[in-house]
Design a binder for this molecule. Structure first.
Ligand SMILES: Nc1ncnc2c1ncn2[C@@H]1O[C@H](COP(=O)(O)OP(=O)(O)OP(=O)(O)O)[C@@H](O)[C@H]1O
Ligand SMILES: [Mg+2]
Length: 316
């Protein structure tokens, strides 16, 4: 039998508001990008940031970790990064005369994986596997990862030399893709002024704690979704698959993630049931990065395909 979550949706909404306000105080980013990151946190998903250098990607991940008083780690990906550098390795303890596990950075709560497309395919797949499994197996021993566990991976959209672009199967593991873009002129000027007094992110105080985030995740998972809403999601997925402009539409996993994200958004807005509005609001961030366009689909973007699907599929 399902247990009753400790937090009700209005309490989740209050928590999310505090969290988003705290993060936004230090990082100038579009409200939707911050909100979608919090949605991913609540829905136990992971975030892919595709953006240019120096726009606040690291600041966002660090600000979130500080705000929830969680352990933060950063992994800089390079070709020579080994799977063991990420997940951890068994090292021999001379004194005890036995091997012991030394956990890698992936055991933190918020893990920033910078330039994921610079890691070798082997390291990428090791990392992406534990994103989904939430545990690590090294030499037959299995180690549980921390909870909450949020990976924020970055990918530079312009530099492709010496990179290993993530295959579709790997991209599919990210719940949402966000981009920060350049701040508004007023925000950027304010950031310059604030920065003179030191990095704002380092001054952030927590506005909640890890145990409350876990309770909020439970509350988000307990949000009600009607059979009609699930049908609606399936029809959207189907529309991306039958669209002639795609060779690969949204997977069943994409649908699961869209449903989870919609439930998290409902909780974030204080509701105990998810609505078609939640699905429509999140479909671009959840679905776009999973589609593969047909080579003959020139002048079309993946975002166009998602937008058209939303327009064509009736919500009831
Ligand atoms: N949108 C922003 N809001 C607040 N501070 C920002 C923003 N963008 C950049 N900064 C500040 O500029 C510096 C660089 O930002 P940050 O390290 O977060 O960028 P990044 O996107 O991670 O860059 P890189 O691609 O090099 O990793 C930091 O000191 C950060 O505080
Ligand atoms: Mg960075």
């Amino acid at each position: 039998m399902a247990t009753v979550p400790e937090l009700d949706p209005p309490a989740v909404a209050a928590l999310a508001q505090r969290l988003m306000a705290n993060v936004t105080g230090a990082v100038k980013a579009p409200a939707s990008a911050v909100r979608n990151t919090v949605v991913a946190l609540l829905a136990e998903g992971h975030v892919l940031i595709e953006d240019y250098p120096g726009v606040g990607k690291t600041a966002l991940a660090r600000a979130l970790a500080r705000s929830i008083d969680a352990e933060y780690a950063r992994i800089q990906c390079t070709v020579d990064l080994l799977p063991g550098d990420v997940v951890g390795t068994n090292v021999y303890n001379q004194r005890e005369g036995r091997f012991e596990f030394r956990p890698g950075p992936v055991f933190a709560n918020v893990v920033l994986v910078d330039e994921i497309n610079r890691a070798s395919p082997k390291t990428q797949s090791g990392l992406l596997e534990c994103m989904q499994e939430r545990h690590v197996t090294v030499d037959v021993h299995t180690h549980e990862l921390a909870r909450p566990f949020l990976v924020v991976a970055t990918q530079n959209p312009i530099e492709h030399e010496g990179t290993y672009p993530l295959p579709e199967a790997q991209l599919d593991r990210f719940m949402v893709r966000i981009s920060l873009g350049y701040p508004e002129a007023d925000d950027e000027a304010e950031m310059l002024a604030q920065h003179a007094a030191g990095d704002r992110v380092l001054d952030l105080n927590p506005v909640t704690e890890v145990s409350e985030v876990l309770a909020a995740q439970e509350a988000a998972a307990a949000v009600h979704a009607s059979p009609i809403l699930r049908r609606y999601i399936v029809s959207l997925l189907d529309q991306t698959r039958s669209d002639k402009r795609t060779v690969l539409g949204a997977s069943p996993r994409a649908g699961l993630m869209l449903l989870k994200a919609a439930k998290a958004l409902a909780a974030l807005e204080g509701r105990d049931h998810a609505l078609p509005d939640d699905v429509q609001e999140l479909a671009p961030a959840v679905l776009t990065h999973r589609l593969l366009l047909a080579p003959e689909a020139v002048g079309v973007s993946r975002a166009d395909v998602v937008r058209d699907a939303l327009e064509r599929v009736p919500a009831r």
